[in-house]
Structures are given as structure tokens and as C-alpha cells.
Design a protein around this ligand. Structure first.
Ligand code: FAD
Ligand code: NAD
Length: 399
């Protein structure tokens, strides 16, 4: 049994949705393009986990179907249902999977009141677990994006939250200690408790198999009606190991998002691509890069002569409670903070090898965010850090 398509998108997430939109915008004939996704629904905007599906008409959708092997030499994919799908061009948009506690030697995270959050099914489950423990206690494991965003949502839903993570401060991959401290104090004012510098070692389970408490390495035990886990992700590269060049945990691609096999492109969280402005290969785990890399790959496939190298300015953001921040560039080098850390608007610049390479702003206006993006893109030389600190946000707005 088999079907053949010109273009196959493997994966049904954000990058897949944007790639499909771009194909349709540029014109594909009926039946030329197929999306294969393990999820039972069409691609959707993951950050909101809303049901705003991304898909235009006229595309063959093979949903609820996992691809179990790929043969890039023969240009075929084999699904778990035993179907062989062949392609001329493949776009790999398999994203990533949430890391499981079991991978750190802890058992029991399959209990019904323990939640991970990656897809729509996880989100639906998380909401139902949350609704069943009104006024109860949640333990949030991990101090990254999922931990911070879920903790805020749980508090808003009147759940008592304790966050547990191994680092000295939250959002260790991005925030400086000073920035992190602002958010931690804000969270504390909303009732969130922090237990830092330790990890979960085991769960207490009742006779129904539900978690009732978590034990930590520091010897403490926390009562828990539910547990949310956000301890990072791994890119879904396994289908292509030994067939495509991998780097930084992802599929290595060039500036056209093309892998080491010229018929295979990779986009979104699974792609490790050259970030021109840092002259380095990076794998990013954010929605803006998923959308733009997907569009770029389709442009490179359909109009190769007109499409240059992907030139991407990394962009991350989050919104929690009444707070909202944006970050552009790279958080490498020395940090210069500016603004009012006891007020609403403050930020930071990162200076590496004499150039401004990254900018962070909390509580900015649209124009201010555009300003820091533009200034970061220019990578201006910085001679006097004290002067930069004195000028603060004004520096970016006049750069
Ligand atoms: P995904 O969206 O993960 O899609 C991968 C798809 O591939 C899935 O449909 C999966 O089922 C499918 N798949 C994988 N393997 C197979 C296989 N073998 N066979 C068939 N199908 C397969 N980023 C931000 O910048 N801002 C935010 O506010 C933000 N919020 C987020 C909130 C949540 C809850 C989550 C989970 C992520 C958030 N992100 C955010 C990150 C952002 O959603 C990801 O960077 C983005 O989804 C990556 O898109 P992707 O298409 O590469 O991967
Ligand atoms: P993350 O990498 O942001 O954070 C992982 C956190 O896990 C670390 O900060 C650390 O505190 C913790 N940790 C690591 N090992 C641990 C262990 N053994 N025990 C306890 N804690 C441990 O990953 P995440 O928060 O799980 O987010 C998953 C993905 O979703 C990421 O790719 C992220 O970029 C994406 N996401 C992004 C946004 C956004 O951009 N606003 C929002 C939600 C999710």
C-alpha cells in the first residue's frame, strides 16, 4: 500500500502549519502536498493551545498517524499503519517531545494527576486535572517557560503553587539573576512558593495510583493534589539518525533550511540552522523561529534562485499575570540592566566582544519593542558600558 506526493510535511505542529500556508500562497495543485501528523487534529498555534487551526484547503491530511521509519535514499516514509508515503521533497517538522522524569531516574510520572504540556491532548488533560483539585496544592517541577507560565495560570485558577527547580533562579537559560529576582518576587506576591537548588526524587502514590506528595533531594516532602512537569525538551530526530547530519540535538540545515540530503528540509524546533548574525549554528525552541524557518524553507523550495540565506534575529517572549517581556538576539557576554526594577518597565542589554548582541524589555510599548529589535539587529559597537547604562532604553530608541 502506498501513496506518492511531490511535497510531504512530516509533523503537524506550528512549523508544519506555516509551511503549508506558504505552499498554498505560492500555489500548489490539489493532491501535490501532504501533511502527516501523529496528532489527531490539523496544525494549530501551540503557544495559545487554542483551536485556531492553521490549515488551508486542498491539502492531503494524514492525521493520527505516526511515521515509524524514514528512508531518505529511497525518499519514503513508513507509517505505523503500514502505508508507504513517497515524496520528491520532504519537510521535517517533527518538533520536540517533553523530557520525562523517568529519564532522570524518577518513576511514577505516568500517574493520572501528573501533567506534562506539549500538545492539545496534554493541555486538555491539564485543564481537567486542575479543575478536579480546586483550592488544592500543585507542585510545579522546572523553572523554565512551562514552569513559569503554568504556575501563573494555576494561581489564577486558585491553586496553591510551589515551584521546584535545581538552579539558583528561574529561567536560567535566559534571565540574569537580577531579572529573575524581579519575576520571583512578583510570583511570591501572588502566593507562589519557590524551592530552589533541588530536584524531585520520588512520588508518594495512593491506592488509586494518584500522587499525594513529592519528595525532594533536600529531604523535604510537599503535599500535592497535582504535579506539572516542565523540564525541557528533546528534538524529534530519531527517524533520521544515521541518515542526516545532526548538530546541537537537531537536524543540521543550511541557510535554505536544506539538510545534508538535498531532498530533505528541516524547520522549527527540530532544525539546527545557521544564525547569520552570530555566525553560529543554533537550534531554537520558539514559535517565531518555527513560523519563519518554515516559510523560508518553502520559499527556497519553490523559488530557489530568488531566495537567499535565512537571516534570522532570535526572538523570544512570554506573558504571565499582568507582565509581558520580549527578548531579541543572544544573551551572551556582560549584562547591563536599565530602567526601574521596582516599577513596570525595565530591561537589559548583553554586550559581547564590544558589541550589543541581545536586548530584553519588560513592560514595553510596541514602539519600544520594535526599537530594541532594530538596535539588536544592528549589533552596534559599545565602547562605554557606563554610558550605555545611563542611556538605558533611550540607547535602543535612538540607535
Ligand atoms: P511542534 O509544534 O512540536 O510540532 C511537531 C509535530 O510533529 C507534532 O504535531 C507532532 O505530533 C508531530 N510529529 C513528531 N514526530 C512525528 C512522527 N514520527 N510522525 C508523525 N508526526 C510526528 N514559543 C514562543 O516563542 N512563545 C510562546 O509563548 C510559546 N508558548 C508555548 C506554550 C506551550 C504550551 C508549548 C508546548 C510551547 C510553546 N512555545 C512557545 C514553543 C513553540 O510552541 C514551539 O517552538 C513550536 O511549537 C515549534 O514548532 P514545531 O512545528 O517545530 O514543533
Ligand atoms: P526549559 O528548557 O525552558 O526549562 C527547563 C527547566 O527544567 C529548567 O529551567 C530547569 O529548571 C528544569 N530542570 C531541568 N532538569 C530538571 C530536573 N531533573 N528536575 C527538575 N527540574 C529540572 O523547558 P520547558 O519549560 O520544559 O519548556 C519546554 C519547551 O517549550 C521549550 O522549548 C520552551 O522554549 C517551550 N516553551 C516556550 C514558551 C515561550 O517561549 N514563551 C512557553 C512555553 C514553552
Amino acid at each position: 500500500m502506498g501513496r506518492a506526493f511531490v511535497y510531504v510535511i512530516l509533523g503537524g505542529g506550528v512549523a508544519a502549519g506555516y509551511a503549508a500556508q506558504e505552499f498554498v500562497k505560492r500555489g500548489v495543485s490539489h493532491g501535490e502536498l501532504c501533511i502527516i501528523s501523529e496528532e489527531p487534529v490539523a496544525p494549530y498555534e501551540r503557544p495559545a493551545l487554542s483551536k485556531g487551526f492553521l490549515l488551508p484547503e486542498g491539502i492531503e491530511l494524514i492525521l493520527g498517524t505516526r511515521v515509524k521509519s524514514a528512508d531518505v535514499r529511497r525518499k519514503t516514509l513508513l507509517t505505523v499503519t503500514g502505508e508507504t508515503i513517497s515524496y520528491k521533497i520532504l519537510i521535517v517538522a517533527t518538533g520536540a517531545r517533553a523530557l520525562k522524569l523517568e529519564e532522570f531516574g524518577v518513576t511514577g510520572s505516568d500517574a493520572e494527576n501528573v501533567c506534562y504540556l506539549r500538545d492539545l491532548a496534554d493541555a486538555t488533560r491539564l485543564v481537567s486535572v486542575m479543575q478536579s483539585c480546586k483550592d488544592g496544592n500543585a507542585v510545579v517541577i522546572g523553572g523554565g517557560y512551562i514552569g513559569m507560565e503554568c504556575a501563573a495560570s494555576l494561581v489564577i485558577n486558585k491553586i496553591n503553587v510551589t515551584m521546584v527547580f535545581p538552579e539558583a533562579h528561574c529561567m536560567g537559560r535566559l534571565f540574569s539573576p537580577k531579572i529573575a529576582s524581579y519575576y520571583e518576587e512578583f510570583y511570591k506576591s501572588k502566593g507562589v512558593k519557590f524551592i530552589k537548588g533541588t530536584v524531585l526524587t520520588s512520588f508518594d502514590l495512593n491506592s488509586d495510583g494518584k500522587v499525594t506528595a513529592v519528595s525532594l533531594r533536600d529531604g523535604s516532602k510537599l503535599p500535592a493534589d497535582m504535579v506539572v512537569i516542565g523540564i525541557g525538551i528533546r528534538a524529534n530526530t530519531s527517524l533520521f539518525e544515521g541518515q542526516l547530519t545532526l548538530e546541537k540535538g537537531g537536524i543540521k540545515v543550511n541557510g535554505k533550511m536544506q539538510s545534508s540530503n538535498t531532498s530533505v528540509y528541516a524547520v522549527g524546533d527540530v532544525a539546527a540552522f545557521p544564525v547569520k548574525m552570530f555566525a553560529e549554528t543554533r537550534r531554537l525552541e520558539h514559535v517565531d523561529s518555527a513560523r519563519k524557518s518554515a516559510r523560508h524553507a518553502v520559499a527556497a523550495i519553490m523559488e530557489p534562485e530568488k531566495t537567499g540565506e535565512f537571516d534570522y534575529l532570535p526572538f523570544f517572549y512570554s506573558r504571565v499575570f499582568t507582565l509581558s517581556w520580549q527578548f531579541y538576539g543572544d544573551n551572551a557576554g556582560e549584562v547591563i540592566h536599565f530602567g526601574d526594577f521596582s516599577g513596570k518597565t525595565f530591561g537589559a542589554y548583553w554586550i559581547n566582544k564590544g558589541h550589543l548582541v541581545g536586548s530584553f524589555l519588560e513592560g514595553g510599548t510596541k514602539e519600544q519593542y520594535e526599537g530594541i529589535a532594530k538596535a539588536t539587529r544592528l549589533k552596534p559597537a559599545i565602547e562605554d558600558l557606563g554610558e550605555l547604562e545611563r542611556q538605558g532604553l533611550g540607547f535602543a530608541l535612538t540607535a
